[in-house]
Design a protein around this ligand. Structure first.
Ligand code: DGJ
Length: 570
């Protein structure tokens, strides 16, 4: 009897130990971010991963019928993941009563089509406003207060200054993440979550309700002041300047510490196009920071609110979570014509101080100065992830640049099911990046990758690796000033040894020189080829006409990889 009991006890211990081990492995194996060298990698299924995505139109994933033809279109176009919206209104139609049927079905379909999923939590905010909150929240405006603009004018936008709003959103999000964990933690189709969408105040630069005015005229929270004090040397330049210009104070009201807000009586137009903004004023506002203190104030409240929502979700299932920004643009250059307080580069510090559990601050990047904006979003070690952008040839070129130059973790043209076509530029480019993925993963964070993006305004550029300088040029024949030119080109370079490079891209010619002017650089072996499961399969070996008689490389139409070895001579 006694031995039987001991046996039973040992058995129970073994079973519970192995269950614990299993949960730990699942937790360990889920998608996560990992630091490597000077960068951050996204690890999915145990390997570095770039989400080659598209974002569905807002409501696509609310109908399985609508999605039926979309799934195969996406996987045949070489996407490895898709961004899909889920709304608070849909999963919690009555307070505390959840329905996750559509979530489960969408996960299933994505899995059947070999796609990973990134969900957008359309909850308190979507493009500034609150159109995806459940009806029971919409109707109960006393319990769930709205934000006020101008002189006490409420708009359909939940205020981030309300704990009741925040807690209701966080409870629903936690329930969603619990459900995702239950049905997906073994197969891990869902790899990341975007929490809310383009948060920030529209139609005014800040909340003007009585409680918001009281907070604005009260002291800046100590937590934010401590952050600024501790990081005073490394703050983003816009904050550093405003703070210094106002006396580097460590206490005071928002305007005392950060400068003036919007003058009383000025009504914010929907776009800058409406008078009184002249074109000159619009362009000025793009590079200056009017009403900065209003923007900082709102950034603090949005960041701390969303941070709580993220924490509630991560307590259930801690996959990476990010937020996205509607950027300043020519027709939206005042805070309030773009969502004021959103995670834009000029308020990164506020988001880092108020939202430490948020993993990434992302740009919805439609601006023409793609390279510049992508660079701004790597400030303060922020990993680059682009949840919304354009597609086509320009999108493909931007992607090559973002991968090679900024280790982008994900790239996602918006409205993908209406834009992508099997075999188009983006899908060809996704194929090229997928082939290169194992090599990219090895080289992320090692300073052995780089990229150029060539446009009509920037038709040539040099990039250096070790002893060599690559001169990239949109002209087909770099030795002929009158040569025909491509309109767009992009190339990424991976240096595998000091003399060996893999170059993937499109639309340019490349000549070489040695950094040491006493030497010249020559092309040794040049091969076309492809990668299959990380192994290089050479195609044609190139010289003669295909390398300008040994003087240059060419990346023509399409998205191709070449392997090049170099040597020096004099
Ligand atoms: C930005 C938003 O984040 C998206 O949800 C979508 O509405 C697009 N704009 C439309 O262009």
């Amino acid at each position: 009897m006694k031995t039987k009991r001991i046996f039973l006890f040992v058995l129970i211990c073994l079973v519970s130990f192995s269950c614990k081990q299993q949960t730990q492995t699942v937790q360990k194996g889920i998608a996560h971010l990992e630091k490597k060298g000077n960068t951050t990698q996204l690890i999915v299924d145990g390997k570095p991963f770039i989400a080659l995505c598209g974002e569905l139109t807002n409501n696509a994933a609310t109908s399985l019928d609508y999605m039926k033809p979309v799934w195969p279109l996406l996987s045949q176009s070489n996407l490895n993941s898709v961004i899909a919206g889920i709304s608070w209104a849909m999963i919690e139609p009555e307070e505390g009563k959840f329905n996750f049927d559509i979530v489960g079905a969408v996960i299933n379909e994505a899995r059947n089509n070999n796609l990973k999923l990134i969900f957008i939590w359309f909850a308190s905010w979507k493009n500034g406003m609150s159109s995806y909150i459940p009806d029971w929240v919409k109707k109960d405006y006393k319990r769930f207060p709205r934000l006020n603009i101008n002189e006490n004018d409420p708009i359909e936008l939940l205020t981030p200054l309300s704990e009741e709003n925040r807690n209701a959103d966080a409870r629903a999000f936690a329930a969603l993440m619990k459900y995702i964990k239950e049905i997906d933690s073994n197969q891990q189709t869902v790899i990341m979550i975007q929490v809310e969408n383009e948060a920030g105040v529209l139609l005014d630069s800040r909340d003007r309700s009585d409680y918001a005015n009281k907070a604005y005229n009260g002291p800046v929270p100590q937590e934010l002041m401590n952050y600024i004090d501790k990081n005073r040397e490394n703050l983003v330049p816009e904050l550093k300047e405003a703070w210094k210009a106002n006396g580097s104070k460590l206490s005071g009201t928002w305007e005392e510490v950060f400068g003036p807000g919007k003058p009383k009586g000025l009504v914010m137009p929907v776009r800058n196009l409406v008078p009184p903004m002249t074109q000159k004023e619009q362009d000025e506002a793009l590079v200056t920071y009017p009403f900065y203190s209003d923007e900082v104030f709102m950034a603090w409240y949005y960041a701390t609110y969303i941070n709580k929502v993220v924490e509630a979700g991560k307590a259930e299932y801690p996959i990476p979570m990010f937020v996205n920004a509607w950027l300043k643009q020519r027709e939206h250059s005042w805070p309030g014509t773009y969502p004021s307080g959103g995670p834009l580069p000029q308020v990164f510090d506020i988001w880092h101080a108020g939202g430490p559990s948020i993993d990434i601050l992302c740009p919805d990047l439609y601006r023409p100065d793609f390279a510049y904006m992508a660079g701004l979003f790597t400030r303060e070690g922020n990993p680059l992830f682009i949840p919304e952008t354009g597609s086509g040839a320009q999108g493909a070129a931007n992607l090559i640049y973002a991968v090679g130059q900024h280790n982008v973790l994900g790239f996602s043209p918006f409205g993908i099911e209406r834009r992508i076509q099997v075999g188009d530029e983006l899908s060809q480019c996704y194929n090229m990046i997928s082939q290169l993925m194992p090599l990219i993963g090895e080289h992320q964070g090692l300073n052995s990758m780089g990229a150029v993006l060539l446009t009509k305004d920037n038709p040539s550029e040099n990039i250096e690796f070790g002893d060599y300088i690559f001169h990239t040029d949109l002209r087909f024949d770099p030795f002929n000033l009158n040569s025909r030119s491509a309109d767009l080109g992009a190339a990424m370079f991976i240096m595998t040894t000091p003399d060996e490079f893999y170059i993937g891209g499109t639309g340019m010619s490349i000549t070489l020189s040695q950094k040491n002017p006493e030497f010249k650089a020559g092309l040794a072996t040049v091969e076309e080829g492809t990668f299959a499961e990380g192994k290089w399969i050479p195609g044609r070996r190139l010289a003669g006409d295909d390398t300008g008689q040994g003087r240059n490389l060419r990346l023509g139409n399409g998205y191709n990889v070449i392997r090049v070895t170099l040597y020096s001579y004099k």
